[in-house]
Design a protein around this ligand. Structure first.
Ligand code: AHG
Ligand code: MN
Ligand code: MN
Length: 314
């Protein structure tokens, strides 16, 4: 606690190989964190003037963060392959040709919040290399060796799991290091908050979902929805409750991407004692077929997810 354990010494104790893989991520997100704080001065707010493979408008900071991660991760030689929200196809860096891990990332999550100075983040997911091509990225979420996110909030935090629970590290910019501030994070069994873009309620196609949300209101729950998955999930880890991005009539698989949003967050939530489901199955059991595929997401405290499943399936 306090300043006694920095990220590097923590990981050296936990797993030396993963220490080497995670250090370049740490370096990259420190640079991103520093740019996020001065984006308005550096001329990197606003749109980049193009759309990505998802058909979504790319922001300048999406591109900047993506490039920083690609540079650090490729240069490190720790990764055989890199997949990103902002890359149509994965990259296989020359220096990583003998490496044993692959990584998928959302370089900048919460793009719509960049220009309004609201929390944004980075999400990442590491698997062991199993072959030579894209199959490396198409492994189930339960096979992740590391899942994590960084939240660029009032404090910058890195929240991480190597499969032995979840630990949160707070960045002290004056020292330049992340320190363990939230050891062994656990979701409360039950919370008081639901988090969903309720403006889409008329389009929801899942039977029972509206009734479930109505029931939560009746039980005195309150609504918090930031619109950055990282921030909404971070709050859910700390305060419990439920975060959801369901399917709807326009988006049969919802909006969130499996590889670099849903799956790493599901891994963290389950490692912290919560549950993460598509409504049909555990998110971590999905065998991906496409690096940019989407999935409905319901995650949070055990009580809420079990109650939700009763409504969806009942
Ligand atoms: P990204 O900025 O990486 O494209 O992700 C945006 C996602 C996610 O952060 C958030 O949960 C969701 O979009 C919010 O979507 P709505 O604006 O449709 O509610
Ligand atoms: Mn995102
Ligand atoms: Mn993004």
């Amino acid at each position: 606690m306090g300043y006694t354990t920095d990220l590097g010494s923590f990981l050296l104790k936990e797993d030396k190989q993963l220490f080497e893989a995670i250090m370049p991520i740490e370096s990259a997100v420190k640079v991103i964190a520093s740019l996020v704080k001065v984006a308005g001065l550096e001329g990197i707010l606003g749109k980049a003037g193009k759309t990505n493979i998802q058909g979504e408008e790319v922001q300048k900071l999406d591109e900047v963060a993506n490039q920083i991660l690609i540079d650090y991760l490729s240069e490190s030689g720790q990764f055989y392959g890199l997949a990103s929200e902002e890359l149509d196809q994965p990259i296989f860096p020359e220096k990583g040709k003998d490496a044993q891990y692959v990584i998928a990332f959302d370089p900048l999550d919460g793009s719509s919040n960049i220009d309004v100075n609201v929390n944004i983040g980075t999400i990442f997911s590491i698997h062991k290399r199993i072959g030579d091509g894209v199959e490396n990225f198409l492994q189930e979420g339960k096979k992740q060796v590391v899942a994590g996110y960084v939240i660029y909030g009032s404090a910058t935090m890195l929240v991480l799991s190597t499969g032995k629970g979840v630990n949160g590290f707070t960045f002290d910019p004056s020292v330049g290091s992340f320190f363990l501030s939230h050891p062994d994070m656990k979701l409360p069994e039950k919370g008081k908050i639901y988090s969903i873009n309720e403006a889409n309620a008329e389009k929801w196609d899942k039977k029972g979902l509206k009734e479930y949300i109505q029931a939560l209101k009746g039980e005195g729950y309150t609504l918090r929805y930031i619109g950055s998955m990282v921030a909404d999930v971070h709050r859910t880890v700390i305060k419990g409750g439920i975060f959801a991005y369901p399917s709807d009539r326009k988006n049969p698989n919802g909006k969130l991407r499996l590889l670099y949003e849903a799956s790493p967050m599901a891994f963290l939530i389950e490692q912290a004692g919560g549950l993460a489901t598509t409504g049909q199955e555990d998110i971590l059991d999905i065998k991906p077929t496409d690096i940019h595929q989407r999935t409905p997401v319901y995650l949070g405290s055990k009580k809420e997810i079990q109650q939700l499943l009763g409504y969806l399936q009942g």
